[in-house]
Design a protein around this ligand. Structure first.
Ligand code: FAD
Length: 400
């Protein structure tokens, strides 16, 4: 491959499969001007075997790997504590439980001590609650794929839970190595990921050195995960907290699709046909096609897409409360099940500004400063409202 690219920049998801497959170790993932990682080939070592190009899921993906959902459910975990600490209904944890019951391994994403999100493979004893909940940032996956392939070849079952592009990578590898029989895949509905560097720079900007922060939460369970409270903790003490639309540069940048990797705006997996056996996500359209009177908070959308998915869901269902829903409720309302996030002119401004100064907060301010300002006003208004309420209560107490 000498001086060629493994895949074009707009399609590269940064999964690192090319790096992990290269027998001559001549590929590394290197940050570009936008701080996103892309494969770099050492031309001195490369023997042009093209294995990296063949294994790249963006090059090798076939139309027949996609399946339309057969059944769609609203559901949640029967364990209230797990549910409270999960991003939506705690379905991922029910699936982990089911995998462990069968002696399988599973994957999950958790932060390293340096706050880099990494995908790991674990068994029941290796599981930690840190794998739960959504982390809205790029996840390093390269090292996990060879580990998964090794276990599958040994005949172990593996439950893979990850983003759709990660799922495409693991499927490509398992099919190539002819060991996909005991692989169950569950993809998470996704609107995009931002390079890890942005989050670290943002934490530096709002909380001092990011190394001094112990815990990052994008949907902190102490404020109900469905309220999307972003928090940073030092020694268990919350030192920073902001909801979406409250003027936080990272939250606003992420949820307005300003700061994603380039491939996210052309995502091949943001469509009704799914890449995984099962798909899980929040349930945006719940009740829009057929009356629904059940619970609405901390509930998930579960889409069962294949035979394997049906068998696995049946086995895991003892850990779930669930009800079947019309497929349209999920497919017609959740945008990420129709098309990728939109690449706006504001994104182009952000990319330009970031490349110039490598200052994340400054670049977001340049791109969507007015939105951030109205977010701050909204937050002030909320504080003002609470103060007014307290004053009224105090007046009432004094009168009595
Ligand atoms: C980046 C991202 C974008 C999302 N966008 C949408 C969306 O647009 N619409 C929607 O309906 N739902 C979206 N979700 C899904 C939703 O937030 C929940 O993750 C999902 O409903 C599963 O929740 P749970 O309660 O079942 O599991 P939880 O117990 O919360 O477990 C979450 C699972 O996701 C894994 N995970 C978390 N972050 C990452 C990551 N960055 N990369 C890989 N794996 C990760 C965890 O390891 C765990 O397996 C998104 C999630 C992520 C991580």
């Amino acid at each position: 491959m000498k001086n060629d690219l493994v895949v074009d920049r707009e399609s590269c998801t940064g999964c690192g499969m090319c790096m992990s497959i290269c027998k001559r170790n001549c590929i590394s993932l290197v940050k570009d001007d936008s701080a996103a990682v892309y494969p770099h080939i050492d031309a001195q070592k490369c023997v042009s075997c093209s294995e990296c190009v063949k294994v790249c899921p963006s090059n090798s993906i076939k139309p027949e790997v996609f399946s339309l959902p057969r059944r769609v459910y609203v559901g949640w975990n029967t364990d209230n504590d797990i549910r409270k600490n999960a991003a939506s209904g705690g379905i991922a944890s029910a699936f982990y439980q089911c995998a462990f019951d069968n002696g399988w391994l599973a994957t999950g994403a958790r932060f390293t001590d340096e706050h880099i999100l990494r995908m790991e493979l674990f068994d029941k004893d290796g599981f930690t609650p840190a794998y739960r909940n959504s982390k809205y940032v790029f996840c390093e996956t390269a090292e996990v794929y060879p580990e998964i392939a090794e276990k599958l070849r040994e005949g172990r079952g593996v439950l893979f839970i990850g983003l759709p592009c990660h799922t495409a990578a693991v499927r490509a590898l398992a099919e190539r190595e002819n060991c996909s029989e005991k692989l169950i895949t569950c993809d998470i509905i996704c609107h995009g990921v931002a390079p890890a560097e942005y989050l670290l720079q943002h934490i530096d900007a709002v909380a001092g050195d990011h190394k001094s922060v112990d815990r990052i939460s994008f949907r902190d369970p102490d404020w109900e995960t469905w309220s999307y409270m972003f928090t940073l903790r030092k020694k268990e003490k919350v030192i920073y907290k902001k909801r979406v639309k409250s003027g936080d540069t990272y939250q606003n940048g992420y949820h307005s699709a300003l700061i994603y990797r380039e491939n996210c705006y052309r995502c091949r997996y943001a469509r009704p046909e799914r890449i995984a056996d099962i798909t899980i996500g929040d349930f945006s359209g719940l009740g829009s096609r057929k009356p629904y009177t059940g619970e609405r908070y901390n509930v998930s959308c579960i889409m069962v897409n294949t035979d394997k998915g049906e068998r696995f869901f049946k086995a895991a269902s003892k850990y779930l409360v669930y009800e079947e829903r019309p497929a349209d409720e999920a497919l017609k309302v959740e945008k990420q099940l129709q098309h990728p996030s939109e690449r706006t002119e504001a994104h182009n401004v952000f990319v330009r500004e970031y490349a110039a100064d490598r200052d994340f907060d400054k670049a977001v301010n340049k791109a969507i400063g007015s939105q951030l300002f109205s977010g701050k006003m909204y937050e002030l208004f909320r504080i003002h409202e609470v103060k007014q309420l307290l004053r009224s209560v105090r007046r009432l107490v004094i009168k009595k």
